[in-house]
Design a protein around this ligand. Structure first.
Ligand SMILES: [Cu+2]
Length: 688
């Protein structure tokens, strides 16, 4: 166990004569560090391509003229890993020196020959299937490479290092306890001997942070908390004399970026906790829903920009930050961008966190009981999704972005499941455009009382899309010089929560879709140039690489449970010399909210999480006679509920795996319900 800085001492002593020669290139892994600092070419060695998270590759063998000839070069199934409705595949494969590294939602990792798809090694995590503090699907967003190791976080909050050649576990670092609500879903970055990784768990009353570890020893070097302890800078934005901030969320769901010249690590933070209840946390609540910069060596605060003050809408900044260089009014500027769930892209100067183009504080509607912030930031430019909800019958109020609510449901668009969620935003230096995925979805928000208990959900309310309300998506090119829409493709399915993308010097944007299609678009115009049916929900971000002079494009297609796309365990790789043809289309995800499937007549027992579909009621719709007692039994792995929508007139309460609860329906009517922790699970009881 040694700390990063101490490592320099023996090196400097023994190599003192060589100091001036060695020092500028001395690093634990100079080759990886060089690749991380360079434009992406043959290899793709970190989740976002390189330290900028631009997901831009200089490869251009495949271009707008020949992409129509692209076919499958190889496809493999990851041996049933994470195959099922509990999991989502959100990881970008990495490739170095002809070897591909890919990880699944069960934290199982695989190395395969990137040219042939032949398995080289496999790591089965054996992770506890009863971990019940995962908020939104079993996910691992990717691995990092360095010093001959493969690094990743697990849902049990451990960080694991494998030997890249032999799969041997080199080290396991315990960063927290999942029992206390802490999990890891984000991909780490490696740079200069250190691992940087964000912690998830914003729905469980945790204190968000990015942790830096020594890559060789696994020793924790620092934790950069995203919430101030009482008395620390930022604590003045929480109620004085309380410790609310210590369980206020602001978790980090995605991969940081790093600027080696400025010596800063950048990341975005999630919602405030409790999510929907602002009553107990008067103030702006720093550093929830923010973009932050900290010193890469020490974790010391550098700057922040808060996208949403006093968040009560689950408006995480969940998509990875993107570093880019630009020229504004003739001046070269170092930029950073983040696409929020608000539907806006936030463009800042990454040296100081100040807006690049202007972000205006404007007055917003108020709800004194929620202690709403007086103003919110409105960026110059266009939003990528509509920002007002349509009026729907049965709802007293429909509002635009930042519309507050209390105990009666209020419709708001974008919702906390709208705009850009975890999906990354590629940036092309050729076009100067960001490619921004978006979800169009309205939620009915409600607030209720919620006491904090360690390791239990702590959200203080809920949001669910009204029964029958439409949901769709957008895929938008945003000009980095104006923050305005250049082109926009409407999508039939929600896009910001799946449908990852990347962009190349061949003038192509590659984009997965929840209906299983993998698409290539003209990066300048958005015109679709190619599509290929992969047979599984194509919701993970793609990447590209080169082996033996041939360019390949890869995407893992394993579906996404929160979008409702078809699950799977495949990795598809494409090239101009490929021979494989498309598969049959899988069932598409829903485009309307609510329970689906036939109405089961006279059935009074409902299984939750049955048949490998964790987030479901089976049957989801039943018809019974008044006076019937209905029993819900949880046969899945995770905790679920059956809770009357919005007003919670009836509720099974938390059902652990194996738990059951009976409820008697005496009055005729149509009763809709959801699972409180997973509000995209719907059920219906028709009582006659
Ligand atoms: Cu559930």
């Amino acid at each position: 166990m040694r700390c990063h800085d101490q490592r320099l001492v023996p090196v400097l002593m023994t190599l003192s004569l060589l100091f001036l020669v060695v020092m500028p290139v001395w690093a634990a892994d100079p080759e990886i560090d060089r690749l991380l600092r360079s434009p992406v070419g043959k290899d793709w060695v970190t989740n976002g391509g390189n330290l900028t998270n631009q997901r831009y590759s200089t490869l251009k063998q495949i271009d707008t003229s020949n992409v129509k000839n692209l076919k499958g070069a190889w496809m493999i199934r990851l041996k049933g890993s994470a195959y099922g409705g509990k999991y989502s595949h959100e990881a970008t494969p990495l490739v170095k020196d002809g070897v591909m590294y890919v990880i699944t939602g069960n934290d199982d990792a695989f190395a395969v020959n990137a040219k042939t798809g032949e398995f080289l090694w496999e790591y089965w995590s054996g992770i506890d299937q009863k971990i019940n503090t995962v908020c939104c699907g079993w996910i691992n967003r990717g691995v990092a490479l360095g010093e001959g190791m493969v690094f990743f976080g697990q849902l049990d909050a451990n960080v694991v290092a494998l030997d890249a050649k032999s799969v041997k576990v080199v080290e396991t670092a315990t960063t927290e306890k999942w029992e206390n609500g802490y999990t890891i879903t984000s991909a780490p970055i490696y740079y200069d001997g250190m691992i940087y990784i964000g912690m998830s768990g914003g729905e469980f009353g945790v204190r968000g942070r990015v942790t830096a570890l020594d890559a060789k020893s696994g020793q924790i070097l620092w934790r950069a908390y995203t919430l101030p302890a009482p008395g620390e800078p930022g604590s003045e934005t929480w109620p004085p004399g309380t410790d609310h901030s210590m369980r206020g969320g602001a978790t980090v769901w995605n991969t940081p970026a790093l600027d080696p010249e400025l010596g800063l690590v950048y990341f975005a933070t999630g919602n405030c906790g409790p999510d929907y209840d602002g009553a107990s946390r008067e103030g702006d609540n720093l550093f929830c829903a923010s973009i932050m910069a900290v010193n890469a060596k020490t974790g010391a605060y550098a700057w922040h920009f808060q996208e949403v003050h006093h968040d009560i809408w689950d408006f995480d900044a969940a998509s990875p930050v993107v570093l880019f260089d630009t020229v504004i009014n003739g001046q070269p500027r170092k930029g950073i961008a983040e696409a929020g769930r608000t539907g806006w892209v936030y463009l800042l100067d990454r040296t100081n966190g100040k807006p690049l183009l202007g972000i205006e504080e404007r007055p917003v509607p108020q709800e004194p009981r929620q202690k709403t912030a007086k103003t919110q930031p409105f960026p110059v430019g266009d939003a990528i999704v509509p920002q007002c909800a349509d009026v729907l019958s049965g709802y007293a109020k429909a509002g635009c972005i930042f519309e507050p609510f209390w105990e009666n449901p209020v419709l708001v668009q974008p919702s906390g499941i709208g705009g850009t969620n975890w999906s990354p935003v590629p940036y092309s230096p050729d076009t100067g455009y960001f490619y921004v995925p978006g979800t169009v979805r309205t939620s009915a928000f409600t607030r209720y009382d919620n006491k904090f208990t360690l390791g239990k959900r702590y959200t203080g309310g809920g949001q669910a899309a009204p029964i029958g309300s439409p949901q769709s998506g957008t895929f938008t090119a945003i000009d980095s010089k104006t923050n305005k829409i250049v082109w926009q493709n409407k999508q039939p399915y929600r896009t910001g929560q799946g449908g990852g993308s990347m962009v190349t010097a061949g003038g192509l944007v590659f984009r997965g879709a929840s209906d299983g299609n993998f698409l290539a678009l003209d990066a300048r115009t958005g015109e679709e140039l190619w599509r290929f049916q992969t047979g599984f929900g194509a919701d993970a971000p793609p990447m590209t690489y080169e082996v033996d002079g041939e360019q390949y494009v890869a995407i893992a297609t394993g579906g996404n449970q929160s979008v409702g796309s078809a699950f799977g365990d495949a990795v598809w790789v494409f090239s101009l010399n490929g021979q494989l043809r498309p598969l049959w289309p899988p069932p598409p995800p829903p485009t309307v909210s609510g329970p689906t499937g036939p109405v089961a007549e006279g059935v009074d027992t409902i299984k939750i999480g049955d048949n490998n579909v964790e987030y479901s009621y089976a049957p989801s719709r039943i018809r019974i006679k008044a006076g019937t007692t209905v029993t819900w039994t949880n046969v899945g792995d995770l905790n679920h509920t059956a809770t009357a929508m919005e007003k919670r007139e009836w509720d099974t309460g938390d059902l652990a795996s194996g738990g059951a609860k009976a409820i008697t329906f005496t009055q005729p009517g149509i009763y809709y319900y959801i699972c409180t922790p997973h509000p995209w699970m719907y059920g219906q009881v028709i009582v006659e």
